[in-house]
Write a protein of this length. Structure first.
Length: 340
């Protein structure tokens, strides 16, 4: 939410990736999506050996591999498929020509539709995230490129309604990468529906709140209204949804969220906050204080989301954190975020 697209690539502060289970929590703005995907896949790749070529990865993912135990695939075949997924993720990071983007879009959609199984854990998730990133950073596509972008958006929208919960999360987060593209506007109704559906999984709703910030614009009244509605959720178990919605509203320069943003930028306030932990023991979720790593991520991610919020108190707090926060990582992130 507030784990993985930096809109400006290397300008993004280096952030330690969270675990796979935390990928949609703690202000998962687009920069975090890639940090987690690349970080996790790098570790997997180091275990699996030399990386295959891009073509080998695409072809390799068309084969079966691995046996399922609980929430993970195991065995050499599974490890190799994770390595293939890593190669796809790295290709997104390196950039491609338009022809390569079109070809890659077609190949990834083909993999999702025909070869990658929902029960394969993170493999399908990484491919969905990779699909979202194919066209990132190409503001002037040809007509053929525009059609390919449309295919990406349609595929992510389709998987956002998948039966598999993890696929829905990944598809919604993959939409973040389409920020700035015309097709992104067509995804706003999908994300609004996800955000406002009380029957949808809470993590999917949080992912939708997170995606609307980079995709929408301050003039999108339906988005603003939906985010404000989510911010008014009074269920204590939904605190993170409120924070995600506030962060997206900050990205959309909505000054009425300043108090919430200032709270999330205040270490004293973070020391008081609790989250509803649904992951440590899913059968017995409990409220618990934020740990130090979570506080650090919240500070940095809130700084990134609030940099364009035109509220003097918020800007002053960003300056203060960049100069005086006790964490070198927070100070370094502040300098990069503020462009100093």
């Amino acid at each position: 939410m507030p784990s993985d697209v930096a809109r400006k690539g290397t300008d993004t502060p280096t952030i330690e990736p969270p675990s796979a289970k935390l990928i949609v929590r703690l202000f998962l703005i687009p920069a975090m999506i890639v940090a987690a995907a690349v970080g996790v896949m790098f570790l997997i790749g180091r275990m699996a050996g030399s990386p295959p070529t891009f073509e080998e990865a695409l072809n390799g993912l068309k084969t079966q591999g691995g046996e399922r135990t609980a929430d993970w695939l195991v065995g050499p075949g599974a490890k190799q498929r994770y390595l293939y997924a890593q190669t796809l993720t790295e290709q997104m990071k390196q950039g491609m020509s338009e022809d390569e983007r079109i070809k890659t879009t077609d190949s990834l959609v083909d993999l999702l539709d025909k070869y990658v199984r929902p029960e394969e854990g993170q493999v399908q998730n990484f491919i969905l995230l990779a699909l979202g990133r194919v066209w990132q950073g190409d503001p002037n596509p040809s007509p053929a490129g525009e059609q390919s972008q449309k295919k990406v958006a349609q595929t992510l929208a389709r998987f956002s309604s998948a039966d598999n919960l993890q696929a829905r999360k990944a598809a919604v987060l993959g939409m973040c990468f389409l920020a700035g593209m015309p097709e992104a506007k067509n995804l706003e109704p999908v994300l609004i529906t996800k955000l406002t559906d009380p029957k949808e999984d809470l993590d999917v709703r949080m992912a939708a709140a997170t995606a609307l910030g980079p995709i929408a614009s301050p003039s999108d009244s339906a988005v603003i209204d939906a985010l404000h509605h989510a911010m008014n959720d009074s269920d204590p178990e939904h605190k993170e949804l409120v924070w995600d919605s506030a962060l997206s509203l900050a990205q959309l320069n909505q000054p009425d969220v300043a108090d919430t943003i200032l709270m999330l930028l205040n270490r004293d306030e973070l020391n008081k906050l609790e989250v509803f932990d649904r992951e440590t023991d899913p059968q017995n979720p409990v409220f618990r204080p934020l740990n130090d790593q979570e506080k650090l991520r919240i500070l940095i991610n809130t700084m990134m989301g609030a940099k364009n919020l035109e509220v003097l108190a918020v800007q002053a707090k960003l300056q203060d954190l960049a100069k005086n926060d006790p964490s070198p990582r927070v100070r370094a992130a502040g300098v990069q975020i503020l462009g100093k």
